[in-house]
Design a protein around this ligand. Structure first.
Ligand code: 4AD
Ligand code: MG
Length: 434
């Protein structure tokens, strides 16, 4: 057994049928029954069953098979066989194995564990099949996000993380020291993106954002990733068209490329296939009528709670835009509709199946004087916004944009009940470990 071995990834086994290869990875599952011993191995690219037959493999390997325990790291050498019934469609007729690292009493076993236990062991939980599938879908979503904008003439720009300004209200700001000054962690890259748009026309920023949300919900993280396009001379309607094309693109990429992962997650993809532009648009006032039928306690003028969003989205098979939210519940930068006093040119997109808001955005106030008034009304410090006001002083322009939350999108497309599984190490209210 001294022939040349090739280090192979499980996903590539189809190219090596009948050949001898070496897989390197971890033991996912082991079992023996007399003369035959089975090891399911994982290497990050897939799962492969390795079969050790007495007489067919190296004798020591057969006799020491029981030293392989769950999550032992090892390499296995053997001949690739096509086996349509086994996971991944291929199997290894194993000859030898070599252990790299033992794994004694791996805490996460196939039995059911409580959420707290799994969250405390998140660094190990990530290795499980479902978590791997979620992270693969997440990576595909991120690639789709970048591809969409890169292929549509947008320039990627980066907004800072340390900021002197509040963008999304002062109640969720994370304050930190910036030498002798105080600073906040960015809640959104939008304000800087408006400066980028004046320089480059069509831009997007993509990075982590931070909000001190003191509530435990299935939709809120303290640290989350947001992609934010901003387009010079787009109005609210152009903005919705951009958002629907963008969301359709992401969903269709995931359906096309993540079939196996979605299967692992038992996601009903028929529902996702229907996500094609155009999406329905509902005025805030219409949305209130819909909500009140099922939640009579809802007060006209209030922001939607999770249940209210679910009521609206349950009426549609596609994601739905709610636009023209009241000025009183929206951020200072939102433009008030000149034809509809008291209502902003804002638009949120609610995902299907009760997933709630995945996009928030709208048209920005471009008038210098109006904007100063808004900053004051929101009790923000005008000094801090001088640079932002300059954008209205030197060649102001109508413009619009939005932010899409990556984790809410991952939860939605994977069909997960909570955002905690959508990011490798979620930062949640009351949890920063591991
Ligand atoms: O609606 P939001 O607050 O909008 C903004 O921040 C705008 N400045 C974006 C823009 O116009 N450039 O947040 C945008 C999206 C939400 O729709 C949601 O998907 C996500 O960011 N999001 C969160 N995701 C997870 N945890 C949280 N705490 C989130 N807060 C917002
Ligand atoms: Mg919002």
């Amino acid at each position: 057994m001294a022939e040349k071995r090739t280090r192979t990834y499980i996903k590539d086994l189809k190219n090596f049928v009948g050949e001898k290869v070496t897989l390197k990875g971890w033991a996912y599952n082991v079992r023996s029954s007399g003369k035959v011993k089975f090891l399911v191995m994982r290497d990050g690219s897939g799962l492969c069953q390795c079969v050790f037959f007495k007489g067919g493999c190296d004798e020591d390997s057969f006799n020491n098979f029981e030293t392989i325990t769950q999550e032992t790291s090892l390499e296995v050498t053997g001949v690739v066989q096509a086996r349509p019934q086994s996971p991944g469609g291929f199997e290894l007729s194993a000859e030898t194995f070599k252990i790299y690292g033992k794994s004694v009493d791996f805490p996460i076993t196939p039995k059911e564990h409580g959420t707290d236990f799994l969250m405390n062991n998140r660094h190990l939980w990530l290795r499980s099949k479902r978590q791997v599938a979620v992270l693969k879908v997440r990576a595909r979503i991120v690639k789709a996000i970048r591809d969409f904008f890169d292929n549509d003439g947008f320039t990627l720009v980066d907004s800072p993380i340390f900021t002197p300004n509040a963008c999304e209200g002062t109640s969720t700001l994370f304050q930190t020291n910036y030498f002798d000054l105080k600073a906040y962690l960015s809640q959104s890259g939008q304000l800087y993106n408006e400066a980028h748009a004046a320089a480059l026309g069509k831009v997007y920023c993509f990075g982590p954002t931070f909000r001190a949300e003191k509530s435990k919900t299935r939709r809120h993280l303290i640290e989350f990733w947001m992609v934010e396009p901003e387009v010079a001379f787009n109005d609210i309607y152009d903005n919705m068209e951009l958002a629907e094309k963008f969301v359709e693109y992401i969903v269709q990429c995931v359906i096309a490329d993540c079939e196996e992962d979605l299967k692992t997650l038992e996601r009903d993809i028929e529902k996702l296939k229907k996500i094609k532009a155009p999406f329905p648009r509902v005025h805030y006032k219409e949305a209130v009528e819909i909500i009140k039928k099922e939640n009579p306690a809802f007060i006209d003028g209030d922001d939607f709670g999770g249940t209210d969003e679910t009521i609206i989205s349950s009426k549609f098979e596609k994601p739905v835009f709610v636009h023209h939210f009241p000025t009183a519940i929206k951020a200072f930068y939102m433009k008030e509709d000149p034809n509809e006093k008291g209502y902003t040119m804002s638009c949120d997109l609610l995902g299907t199946e009760g997933y709630g808001e995945v996009i928030g955005g709208g048209q920005r106030e471009e008038d210098y004087d109006v904007l100063i008034e808004k900053i004051k009304e929101h009790k923000l410090n005008v000094e801090d916004f001088q640079w932002y006001l300059d954008l209205r002083k030197y060649g102001t322009f109508p413009h619009s944009g939005f932010g899409l939350g990556v984790e809410r999108t991952v939860a939605w497309l994977c069909g997960l009940p909570h955002v905690r599984e959508t990011i490798p190490f979620p930062r949640l209210y009351g949890r920063i470990y591991p």
